[in-house]
Design a protein around this ligand. Structure first.
Ligand code: TXA
Ligand code: MG
Length: 331
């Protein structure tokens, strides 16, 4: 079904329209502090299934449920470990998603049949307005076509989903830039399934210990999203390690001499060192790099045939999450 897609400021009118759409089983795109989400009523089976169809998302990759900060969590999950209360106090609302034992109140399509439920309370003002206005758990993946780069502006959402949804609520550019940290809280010690702005170290500082999940060969994936190619721009890509930056520069020049539209993606220090003419500069520090990554990947696919990326020197802290996305984007 092709429909007209509108980008709307968040106000009483657009919220009322969004509510009408959500209550009739539709999906609305909304901003969060990480990336834009594509939301539907988590209680509504067909609405949740529709989200997978709109995105072309594999049917075994579960969704995060979003709620406002006053929502009663215990109505959605069966057990709330003590340490998650400490984490909520330290980091919520904010870019931390916690996975709990589900009490099966939302549609089974949300968690794709798993007995757990991922819950997130975003801090973005527009997200909170939207979620409070609805007062429902909203199942929402990132608002991009599956496997493409996640959207950090309303325009990015439009570019991917125009004709497929009616409303995109515009809350400006997302400040965080990479998706929330996904933390498995079903065990005695929390375990990071997807890295993000709330790092394993930050979590360990609050609760004493935090594991980081590494997939072993043959093991059943705990966070199904991790097995898919992701975040990929629609152009050729190649990634060099930081120590190979001179090789990257030579490759870029070679491609240019062949008449290809090549561009270097790197952090500011590598930019200062190599001074390439065509650059997607990720910035100076980890926060800047996280905030710029998806915007620059989308700019790259627009202006270049090939992105030649150099891995930043810094790879700890928030950069764990940034590097994880870079490696997936660059295959
Ligand atoms: O920042 C974000 O988290 C954004 C915004 C919109 O909130 N959302 C987002 O959703 O990134 P999505 O669908 O693109 O990624 C959800 C991730 C996937 O890796 C999925 O496998 C994992 O969360 N996930 C969801 N439910 C889970 C569960 N019950 N157990 C383990 N992992 C789960
Ligand atoms: Mg996604």
């Amino acid at each position: 079904m092709i429909m007209e897609t509108q980008i709307l400021e968040i106000d009483e009118r657009s919220l009322a329209l969004s509510k009408k759409i959500i209550l009739s089983g539709g999906a609305v795109a909304f901003p969060t502090e990480t990336v834009y989400g594509l939301g539907a009523n988590a209680f509504d089976d067909n609405a949740v299934k529709n989200i997978f169809a709109i995105k072309g998302r594999p049917s075994d990759n579960p969704l995060i449920v979003h709620v406002h900060s006053g929502y009663n969590l215990s109505s959605l999950v069966s057990y709330i470990p003590e340490y998650t209360k400490l984490l909520s106090k330290a980091f919520l609302p904010g870019p931390l998603t916690m996975v709990y034992r589900s009490c099966n109140k939302v549609s089974p399509a949300v968690s794709c049949g798993l007995d757990t439920l991922a819950v997130r309370i975003p801090s973005h003002k527009g997200a909170q307005q939207f979620l409070k206005y609805l007062d429902l758990p909203i199942a929402a993946p990132s608002a991009n076509i599956s496997k493409h780069v996640s959207p950090v502006t309303a325009r990015h959402v439009y570019d991917d989903l125009k004709g497929r949804i009616e409303v995109i609520l515009d809350g400006g550019k997302c400040e965080g830039g990479i998706e929330s940290t996904v933390l498995d809280c079903t065990g005695d010690i929390p375990c990071v399934l997807r890295s993000g702005l709330v790092t394993a170290d930050m979590i360990a500082q609050v609760v004493g210990e935090c594991h980081e999940y590494v997939m072993k060969d043959g093991e059943k994936v705990r966070s199904p999203g991790m097995k898919y190619k992701h975040y990929s721009p629609n152009c050729q890509t190649i990634l060099f390690e930081y120590s190979d930056r001179a090789k990257a520069f030579a490759e870029y020049k070679e491609l240019k001499s062949q008449g290809k539209r090549a561009v270097i993606m790197c952090d500011n220090s590598v930019y200062e060192e190599l001074k390439p003419q065509d650059v997607l500069n990720l910035g100076k520090d980890e926060r800047e790099m996280a905030a710029n990554l998806y915007d620059k990947l989308r700019e790259g696919e627009r202006i270049a045939d090939i992105i030649v990326a150099v891995a930043p020197l810094k790879q700890d802290g928030v950069m764990v999450g940034v590097m994880n996305r870079m490696r997936k984007a660059f295959g």
